[in-house]
Design a binder for this molecule. Structure first.
Ligand SMILES: CC(C)(COP(=O)(O)OP(=O)(O)OC[C@H]1O[C@@H](n2cnc3c(N)ncnc32)[C@H](O)[C@@H]1OP(=O)(O)O)[C@@H](O)C(=O)NCCC(=O)NCCS
Length: 414
């Protein structure tokens, strides 16, 4: 079946888009809504889509966005895999496997992105194709009355202003553009991606308000931070306020601006619960608080990464400490990666090429992809039996060199 399917996969045409969008809505269990049901959104790249049409019916879909991903010390092109669906009528016949194989083979043969990334609807799906969890989101919740900032927190001399979206967008985009280059897992946002990020579908609010916008401004007028959030009204049976503050995004170019934005957010009267599901699992908020236990995490996977071409991908990032060893990579799904790779890296860059030398450590591509952004430790993977040390000390060296001071985080769910 798989070979059969592979030859039938093809990109969709613009005319087919209404069928494609409805096929995706159907599989993701919602009625078609939003502005791009009948025409593709500006970020869609139909020439990079791959799907299956049978008797005029769309039975499988997939797409790739051409994205820019921050990795430790660099920004690299990433194939952002998206739109993955297979109709319930056609499941478990190898169609997703055929799509994954075609995507990765074409990326490799055409020497396009050396790294692919995606968000998984379910965690067990993508490991078999070499994708590994590379960033996590915090799933933060807390009772607001307990979320007090520490007495020694510096909130600076700037101020927070609630603004309309028109005033928000330009300065926020500038702050984002400055910050995203330093945070592995962040992706670039051009105007199209900002349109997408700020789109606010009333049907997706689930009882909360429209998105609200705040800017942090210094005394000289420069904008050094922003927040987006919603509030959701609620009352107890005893007429006590019981609202929820839903924080989507908080970013700032200084720690004082960051603290000031949180001081503002936590000052929302009538709100009793904080929910901030998509902030980084390493968000600095935890360290601003008096009470460490007041903020609860329900950490889950964020961005999944797949090294399409091990050599190019490992050479593209930087390494905070010197590393020079041979990594034995097991990658049956993408045989061009399978084998021994000499990696020589340091803070200014890296080299990686195939070698005949014996490996110092051995791991599969999923584990290596997980470690790529610096947030999943090779030492931890070794403890789970996912990395085998051949030369004593190799995992310590690699684990240290693959780390990075800034935890990976991907705020862009695609
Ligand atoms: C996930 C999905 C795309 C899989 O498509 P598919 O064509 O049935 O997948 P395949 O037949 O190629 O399956 C390949 C393997 O993955 C496994 N697999 C597929 N989906 C899985 C899931 N959701 N959970 C666990 N394993 C899964 C299959 O059992 C199979 O394993 P095997 O090789 O050991 O037999 C399809 O079920 C779907 O559309 N689900 C709903 C939408 C969705 O979750 N999309 C992903 C968005 S990120």
């Amino acid at each position: 079946m798989a070979d059969d399917v592979s030859s039938q996969l093809r990109p969709f045409t613009v005319d087919e888009w209404p069928l494609v969008s409805r096929a995706m809505s159907s599989v993701f269990a919602h009625d078609p809504s939003g502005p791009y049901q009948d025409e593709p959104s500006p970020i869609a790249e139909l020439d990079r889509s791959l799907g299956l049409v049978e008797d005029g019916r769309v039975v499988a879909t997939s797409g790739i966005y051409s994205m820019q991903l921050t990795v430790p010390g660099a920004v690299v092109p990433m194939a952002g895999v998206t739109w993955v669906t297979v109709s319930p009528t056609h499941r478990r016949r190898g169609i997703l496997t055929a799509i994954m194989r075609r995507q990765l083979t074409e990326l490799h043969e055409q020497e396009r992105e050396a790294v692919a990334g995606l968000w998984a609807a379910e965690a067990p799906i993508y490991g078999r194709f070499g994708y590994g969890v590379a960033s996590r989101r915090g799933g933060w919740t807390g009772r607001i009355e307990r979320l007090r900032l520490r007495g020694d927190v510096d909130t600076g001399s700037g101020r927070v202003r609630i603004v309309e979206q028109d005033e928000f967008r330009g300065p926020a985009a500038a702050v984002h553009e400055t910050l995203r280059r330093f945070v592995p897992g962040n992706t670039a946002r051009d105007e199209r991606w900002w349109d997408r990020a700020l789109h606010d579908d009333p049907e997706q609010r689930h009882g909360a308000t429209a998105r609200r916008f705040a800017l942090h401004t210094e005394t000289d007028g420069s904008v050094t931070g922003y927040a987006t959030y919603r509030v959701k009204e609620g009352w107890t049976d005893a007429a006590e306020p019981n609202g929820t503050l839903l924080v989507e995004d908080v970013r700032a170019t200084s720690s004082a601006a960051y603290a000031s934005l949180w001081q503002f957010l936590l000052a929302h009267d009538l709100m009793r619960t904080l929910e901030a599901p998509n902030l980084s699992s390493e968000d600095p908020l935890l360290h601003l608080l008096q009470d460490w236990r007041a903020l609860n995490a329900r950490t889950v996977d964020g961005l999944w990464v797949r090294l399409v071409d091990v050599g190019r991908a490992l050479a593209a990032r930087r390494y905070p400490t010197p590393i020079d060893l041979v990594i034995g990579v097991r990658d049956p799904f993408c045989p061009w990666n399978d084998g021994n790779w000499r990696l020589s890296g340091h803070p200014a860059g890296g080299y990686c090429g195939k070698t005949d030398r014996d490996p110092d450590l051995v791991l599969d591509i999923e584990a290596l992809s997980s470690a790529y952004l610096g947030g999943i430790s090779l030492g931890t993977l070794q403890a789970a039996g996912r990395v085998t040390e051949v030369s004593p000390g190799a995992v310590t060296m690699a684990s240290t060199a693959f780390g990075w001071p800034v935890a990976p985080w991907c705020p862009e769910e695609f």
